[in-house]
Design a protein. Structure first.
Lengths: 652, 197
């Protein structure tokens, strides 16, 4: 809206009056230009295929697909992403009540589910999440954590993000310990035509150009290119943190379908610079290429093969430190009905990756690796059997076997019950095992202080283990109200700790921590009117960790995570008219205990105006309540300031 | 220090102005929206679903005997709550499936005697979804459940909302039980094809 900027340089009261008058006029204008709804004649002329392309979303209906999955799944829909104004994946993930998201700088986030956010001073990182983009695993196998600065998908192209809190090991394998983030992009047939998006604000300038078209009878494509610059934040003292960044990216997707066969080819590449407070820029680059083939077989069975290649580099031109990672992955999956009562899904996969690490050698401290380069292999096979016990009850048995380069074979079983208490209510319960496999960072790192070896990786480091019990309930009433509640009790063994070697120094990574966590995640929504939906979500977490007998206890149990005991949001989604939308999201995050970070409350909002079929203008505000707030441990993280963003989207 | 304080004060003043303005914005727009929602038609989502219902007929292989005579009507039943509010009945007026004119029937529940070729099942009050489906099992009735009903309920087709669009899942085994076979074109358009039984 222009009104916010018009107040500048004028006394507030005058400008408010001027603004009010302007707005009433604008509102009347909107009133007069309402689009008529498509009539039955319009619709009757459409083919079945075209009927499936009409966007019907209204805020009162189905904000997320009705899922009968027996797990804590929150779906961030395309509609929610577009309404929220989020431009980066981490900002979209803030929309999920079952994730913890802490921003520490313009490009840097700490994201986890159900605790274990880590502690960077203790070199403990959030390493228990699996993140997939169209099935491509994007967490780093060098330390099992995420480089969130390197993953971008244009919001326009995201179909949905499934956020599963809790273990997904039996289906997804290692690292799906505390959660799975499954990002699914839209088919290129759903993103046809051109889009030019130009946005600017006090923190971010962003431009995206995309075009989607047809390739002959059976195929569609899209190509996009994006560039942006995000300005530097203030560090914990209020000084310029010199950590602004940019990361131009381009990509494509081609979908071909004929009969029962569908083939998708997609790829992206980016190359960026991230400013560093006391050093030269960090350089990041990645390119990926993926192909998948899906065939529908007789009787509802499906067969799918997917392969991808991914090339990741991070380095610093001056210090020379950095790494490269090349990944090749091949997997196949088949699902079919077995008799009348069972549905079986099984698959195999293999991932080969090579890492090359350039050590960072300094006078004060150095980060070395032995070996600095290795080719590793991660193989897996899984089977899942969904058995119907009558109309209402389903039992799902799953088992994944995975062979990782350090700890060998591991078996991750799970059993899940789902009971449809009524046509709209689902009760579920699950018991599962999951592991975080050892990485090069656990086994091969050598850290020197001066010329003294201070800490080394430990070839005897074992996988971290989780046994999880979960239960949940989902229901919806009169299609206006819905609620989902999930409870969990997680028991952890062999968590990472720091131990003394027989000669005291160097220190070693060990598996000396254990304990349990439990908590509740609940979310729901209620449509007050056809044009107005209110949503709320809350997550409550208790962590009880301890050191096993014989462990050094160094740095305390707080190194595993600095997590709030509670967080929640209240959200309002409005269709003010069929051209105006308003979105507001008030979130609260409890205090982080150790090191202490104060609790905060912040507000994001977006006002969107569909000027006509071709032009859309929106004004977003992020963290509006305070000039700045703190999300993570000081120093080492930035002040997170208020920001506004004016965005224009042109379709051609 | 003084300069910082002065700056913050100015910012605070400005923000008050912005807030006031935003509040006025919202109020004005909310009024407009409210006035307008009162006169709205059935939601577009249900208009699309209704259109699907009468456009599905040619993509189903109806068994011999599904129609009593050459000019017998093609009944589309709306079972339970009727979200279409006359839209469907109006849309099919004058339309036929071959020689069979479409008619729309409103039913509170499905029974073995219900004369339906397509039965759209929304929210039911006098029976469960399972009872409704069981009542027409083995009869040439295409059962279609709304997207508000939990998936895998045993119906032949179910509407689903995917990416803000109305699509549908198909259960081949359920179709076979009602002696219907579904054309490959329709199966290709389905979001999910299952064989759950």
């Amino acid at each position: 809206m222009g009104c916010a900027s018009r107040t500048q340089g004028k006394p507030a009261t005058d400008s408010s009056k001027a603004c009010t008058a302007g707005l009433v006029a604008a509102a009347l204008l909107v009133c007069g230009t309402l689009r008529a709804q498509p009539s039955e004649q319009d619709l009757s002329k459409l083919s079945l295929e075209d009927l499936g392309k009409i966007v019907v979303t209204s805020v009162a209906k189905s904000p997320e697909p009705l899922s009968d999955a027996p797990a804590a799944v929150y779906v961030i829909t395309h509609d929610l992403i577009m309404r929220s104004g989020a431009t980066s994946l981490p900002d979209m993930l803030r929309l999920a009540p079952n994730l913890e998201v802490f921003q520490t700088g313009p490009s840097d986030y700490v994201i986890t589910a159900r605790g274990f956010s880590g502690n960077s001073a203790a070199q403990n990182f959030p390493d228990k999440l699996l993140v997939l983009i169209d099935g491509r695993s994007v967490y780093s196998p060098i330390f099992s954590g995420m480089y969130w600065d390197s993953q971008y998908v244009p919001p326009e192209d995201i179909e949905r993000i499934e956020v599963i809190s809790g273990p997904g090991g039996a289906l997804w394998g290692a690292n799906a310990v505390n959660g799975v983030i499954n990002i699914i992009t839209r088919k290129s047939s759903d993103t046809q035509g051109g889009l030019l998006e130009i946005g600017t604000g006090n923190a971010l300038s962003d431009v995206l150009l995309q075009y989607g078209g047809r390739l002959g009878e059976n195929a569609y494509y899209r190509v996009y290119a994006r560039d942006f610059h995000q300005r530097s934040f203030e560090d914990s003292t209020g000084a310029d943190a010199h950590d602004g960044w940019s990361n131009p990216q381009a990509g494509f997707r081609i979908d071909w379908q004929r009969g029962a066969d569908a083939i998708t080819l997609q790829g992206d590449g980016h190359s960026g610079n991230i400013g560093q407070p006391d050093a030269s820029d960090l350089r990041i680059a990645e390119s990926d290429l993926q192909a998948s083939w899906q065939r529908q077989l007789q009787d509802g069975a499906n067969f799918q093969v997917r392969t991808y290649y991914d090339d990741v580099r991070r380095w610093n031109d001056i210090s020379g430190g950095g790494f490269s990672l090349h990944t090749f992955d091949l997997e196949a999956q088949h699902d079919f009905a077995l008799g009348d009562l069972q549905h079986v899904t099984w698959g195999i996969g293999d991932r080969v990756y090579r890492y090359d690490i350039t050590p960072r050698i300094g006078t004060a401290n150095s980060l070395l690796w032995n070996p600095t380069s290795d080719i590793q292999n991660l193989a897996n096979a899984f089977v899942q059997d969904q058995v119907s016990l009558g109309r209402r009850t389903t039992v799902t048995l799953g088992l994944k076997a995975e062979h990782d380069p350090y700890s060998g074979l591991s078996l991750m079983p799970s059993i899940r019950f789902a009971w449809k208490a009524s046509d709209t209510a689902l009760l579920w319960a699950a018991a599962s095992r999951a592991f975080r496999a050892p990485t090069a960072f656990d086994e091969s790192v050598i850290e020197e202080v001066g010329s003294e070896v201070f800490l080394t990786g430990n070839p005897d480091f074992r996988r971290e283990q989780l046994t999880s019990l979960e239960a949940g309930f989902r229901n919806h009433w009169s299609d206006r109200a819905r609620l989902s509640v999930s409870l969990y009790y997680n028991n952890y063994d062999d968590l990472k700790s720091i131990e003394f070697s027989p000669t005291v120094l160097p220190l070693l990574w060990g598996n000396g921590m254990e304990g349990h966590t439990y908590g509740v995640e609940a979310w729901g929504s209620y449509a007050i009117a056809d044009w107005w939906r209110l949503s709320a979500g809350v997550a409550v977490l208790r962590q009880h960790l301890r050191f096993a007998p014989g462990s050094s206890g160094l740095l305390g149990v707080a190194q595993a995570g600095d997590d709030p005991e509670h967080q929640g949001f209240l959200r309002s989604t409005m269709n003010l008219s069929d051209r105006w939308t308003f979105f507001a999201d008030l979130r609260e995050v409890g205090a982080l205990p150790d090191p202490h970070v104060p609790a905060y409350v912040e507000l994001n909002a977006k006002l969107g105006w569909q000027v006509n079929d071709k032009v859309e203008v929106s004004l977003s505000g992020f963290n509006l309540l305070h000039a700045w707030h703190q999300e993570y441990v000081f120093p080492g993280s930035d002040r997170i300031g208020r920001s506004v963003f004016l965005d224009t989207r042109l379709r051609y | 220090m003084t300069a910082t304080f002065h700056f913050m004060n100015r910012t605070a003043n400005r923000m008050r102005g912005v807030r006031l303005c935003l509040a006025v914005c919202l109020l004005a727009l909310a009024c407009v929206a409210f006035a307008q929602s009162a006169e709205s038609d059935i939601p577009l989502e249900y208009a699309v679903k209704a259109t699907y219902l009468y456009k599905l007929a040619p993509f189903i292989d109806w068994p011999p005997g599904a129609f009593a005579s050459v000019d017998a009507p093609f009944p589309i039943c709306v079972v339970g709550d009727d979200p279409f509010d006359g839209f469907l009945a109006h849309a099919v007026t004058g339309r036929t499936f071959g020689t069979h004119p479409f008619v729309v029937r409103r039913l509170d529940a499905l029974t073995g005697d219900s004369d339906c070729r397509i039965a759209y099942i929304g929210r039911l009050h006098s029976q469960t979804i399972a009872q409704a489906l069981a009542a027409v099992q083995g009869k040439p009735v295409l059962t279609v459940t709304d997207s508000d009903i939990l998936a895998d309920n045993g119906s032949i087709m179910q509407f689903v909302i995917e990416g803000g669009r109305v699509r549908f899942d198909v259960d081949n085994a359920a179709a076979a039980r009602n002696h219907l076979s579904i054309s490959s074109k329709l199966l290709n358009l389905a979001a999910v094809v299952k064989n759950n039984g």
